[in-house]
Design a protein. Structure first.
Length: 315
């Protein structure tokens, strides 16, 4: 049997901080992959992202002295399910990333935290207060402001390749939301290193099977981008998995939106993309909703502390 994980602690500010840091590193991973364009098959991207993610994970386990116990688990099926869902999400997302403008891809990917809030309320029975629902709805409006000018599904601008990218991005967002629900279930009884190790192993093996569909031999620059994407993915995955020990999924999920400003800056600086005014307005709306959630959780934390001080041990 595996050793029990540390019990989840309700400290939403820590959870939010870990989430934001993971988002920053994930953006670095996406940037590395975006530079590859359509030159590398999606399955090969998933393999490098997953396999080299094991490097920071192994270093982390060695530092903790827990390398030998990382594979001990009481829920191998749960890990395998999380891995399959995650691989599907990554494959669809990477396929879409190589075929869509960065702002459009980011906007569609933001469907994932919104779906996560809904799934958490429905399947995990997490309490989602009216304030958080309102913030999510405001964030959704901001996404629409950003995305509306970029969609190109009208008949006169039909582009099959881009249409496939849009469909893949939507599918990837849905699977990412499901993966986060599974992670939330796993952290109740499994340790963070165990979750991340099994995810990296499962996704590496599944992605390796796509070699039969044709991989390409990367040049030095492409290889560097692939390795960097994996290293960033491993670090970010550790942070992402850990953040769910400190706050509900529905609290943390909206902070995926903090990647918007980074995506705008990277799109302009590295990919020469023109950022429309609607993108800036939408980003402000989305991040504003996130700031409101931070404030609301801070106020609730103060109120909980006061209640604990005046309550009897039975509550």
């Amino acid at each position: 049997m595996s050793s029990p994980p540390a019990a989840p602690v309700h400290q939403p500010m820590i959870g939010i901080g870990l989430k934001v840091l993971s988002v920053i590193i994930f953006v670095g991973m996406q940037t590395a992959l975006k530079t590859l364009g359509e030159t590398i098959p999606a399955g090969q991207l998933v393999f490098f992202r997953s396999f080299f993610a094991l490097v920071p994970v192994v270093i982390y386990l060695a530092y903790l002295g827990e390398f030998r116990t990382a594979l001990r688990t009481d829920d191998i099926g749960g890990h395998f399910l999380r891995g399959i869902i995650g691989v599907t999400s990554m494959g669809l997302g990477f396929f879409a990333l190589s075929r869509l403008p960065y702002p459009e891809w980011i906007a569609i990917s933001y469907a994932s935290p919104l779906l996560t809030v809904i799934f958490a309320a429905l399947f995990l029975k997490e309490t989602v207060r009216a304030y958080r629902w309102a913030a999510v709805l405001v964030g959704l409006f901001g996404i629409l402001v950003v995305a509306a000018p970029n969609f190109t599904l009208t008949a006169e601008h039909a582009d099959p390749d881009r249409a496939y990218g849009i469909l893949a991005s939507i599918g990837g967002a849905a699977f990412a939301a499901i993966a986060m629900i599974q992670v939330r279930r796993l952290v109740r009884k499994e340790r963070t290193p165990t979750i991340v190790v099994y995810f990296s192993l499962t996704s590496s093996l599944v992605a390796l099977s796509t070699i039969v569909f044709g991989w390409v031999w990367p040049n030095p620059a492409q290889l560097a981008a692939l390795v960097i994407s994996g290293l960033c993915g491993g670090v970010a995955q550790l942070l992402l998995t850990a953040c769910y020990r400190y706050a509900d999924t529905s609290t943390i999920a909206p902070f995926e939106y903090t990647s918007m400003l980074l995506a705008i800056a990277i799109g302009v600086q590295f990919f020469g993309e023109t950022i429309q005014a609607t993108t800036l307005i939408g980003a402000a709306i989305v991040i504003g909703s996130g700031v409101f959630i931070i404030y609301r959780e801070h106020r609730l934390g103060i109120e909980r502390g006061k209640a604990r001080r005046v309550s009897s041990p039975q509550g």
